[in-house]
Design a protein around this ligand. Structure first.
Ligand SMILES: O=C(O)CCC(=O)C(=O)O
Ligand SMILES: [Fe+2]
Length: 356
């Protein structure tokens, strides 16, 4: 898996990179304000309208077919990308809201790791700390601590971070650094569930402490994976990566190649603001197919499709394009406001994998 954009000159000119540049967000600066540069979306495949057309007259867009399987919703395939399946609107609005809540509250909790771990260590209750206006602070270590023979060296060097209500006198003069929880929430980019993925080694580290994938998420993944599973086999959800996108965030073109058996699908669900997904071919030189991913859509990538470069160059947070009004109506209670505030400007992707 390659998380960052490829930057050397040659890769800047690949067909995949060109498509990323076409769809990523750019701003034009006028004297008064920053304006989002318009983008031509006419070539973006839209499975929602494909489904509507199919329901209306039974016709399908050229290159798109239906997976004939025992599944309670239409499953679409792309003739040029075997092993790729698209299930538009696979989740109910209740399911969408449930997984948005879990992605923000329980999923980033230790022992699950997030991108913040490397800097701050395990972090508890980020979402509620942001809601309560807390900040993460570290205490300055006592000056003479290094001379205390009883203190283990690694303890001496590790600053202890914790969320506190506010940086008043009660915290005292020993506070040396502080970061608002709201800023950390905006900078939350990923969390990992089940077997933990080690980004630095690009592999699963089974010796890292972990909890099993939550049962309800595992059951959902098993059900959704069925159209892409080899006959008679059941998907084993062993790990998941949760990606969090804010305006301007993108996921560069990559392959997910650290799982053992590529005949098993990656089950990938979209929540929140609409995005553009690029599905390339086996080379970065292959022109990718762009498509919309909306909240509630599920994508499966198995077999040959697992060898295809893919990424997310763009999310839409404006009212017209985000297409989250059903979530806005569902998150209507006073207690739901923090979820609503978050999801109005964000997209969450949960992708579930069988590792072995
Ligand atoms: O956000 C998405 O839809 C795709 C995520 C993805 O490709 C990944 O996490 O490997
Ligand atoms: Fe991926």
């Amino acid at each position: 898996m390659y998380r960052s954009d490829v930057t050397n000159e040659e890769s800047e000119r690949t067909a995949f990179r060109k498509a990323e540049k076409k769809y990523k967000i750019y701003y034009d600066n006028t004297k008064k304000k920053k304006i989002v540069r318009p983008v031509d979306l006419s070539e973006v495949v839209d499975f929602k309208s494909i489904l509507e057309q199919y329901n209306c007259n039974g016709e399908l867009l050229e290159g798109v077919s239906m997976r004939n399987c025992d599944f309670d919703r239409p499953v679409f395939c792309l003739e040029r990308r075997p092993g790729y399946y698209f299930i538009p609107g696979a989740l109910s609005v209740e399911e969408e809201c449930r997984w948005i809540r879990e992605s923000l509250t329980s999923f980033p909790q230790p022992p699950n790791r997030t991108n913040h771990n490397a800097i701050y260590g395990p972090m508890e209750d980020l979402f509620f700390s942001a809601k309560e206006g807390k900040a993460l602070v570290t205490e300055r270590l006592p000056d003479d601590v290094s001379s205390e023979v009883s203190v283990v060296e690694s303890d001496v060097r590790t600053p202890q971070w914790k969320f506190v209500k506010e940086l008043g006198d009660s915290h005292g003069k020993d506070a040396c650094e502080s970061v608002p929880a709201s800023v950390l929430l905006r900078k939350l980019r990923w969390s990992t569930l089940g077997l933990q993925f080690d980004w630095s080694k690009r592999s699963y580290n089974v010796s890292l402490p972990h909890k099993k994938i939550p049962d309800a998420l595992g059951q959902l993944a098993k059900r959704m994976a069925a159209p892409a599973m080899p006959r008679g086999e059941e998907f084993q959800p062993e790990a998941a990566i949760v990606n969090y996108f804010g305006l301007g965030d993108m996921l560069g073109g990559h392959l997910d190649d650290m799982e053992k058996d590529w005949s098993k699908p990656i089950v990938s669900m979209s929540l929140g603001c609409k995005a553009i997904f690029l599905l390339g071919g086996k080379s970065r030189e292959d022109t990718p197919i762009a498509m919309f991913l909306r909240s509630g859509d599920i994508v499966l990538m198995a077999g040959e499709a697992r060898e295809c470069f893919h990424g997310v160059p763009r999310i839409f947070t404006d009212t017209e394009n985000a297409e989250i009004s059903h979530l806005e109506s569902q998150f209507a209670g006073v207690d739901d406001l923090p979820y609503l505030d978050y999801i109005r400007n964000s997209r969450i992707n949960i992708n579930i994998r069988q590792v072995f």
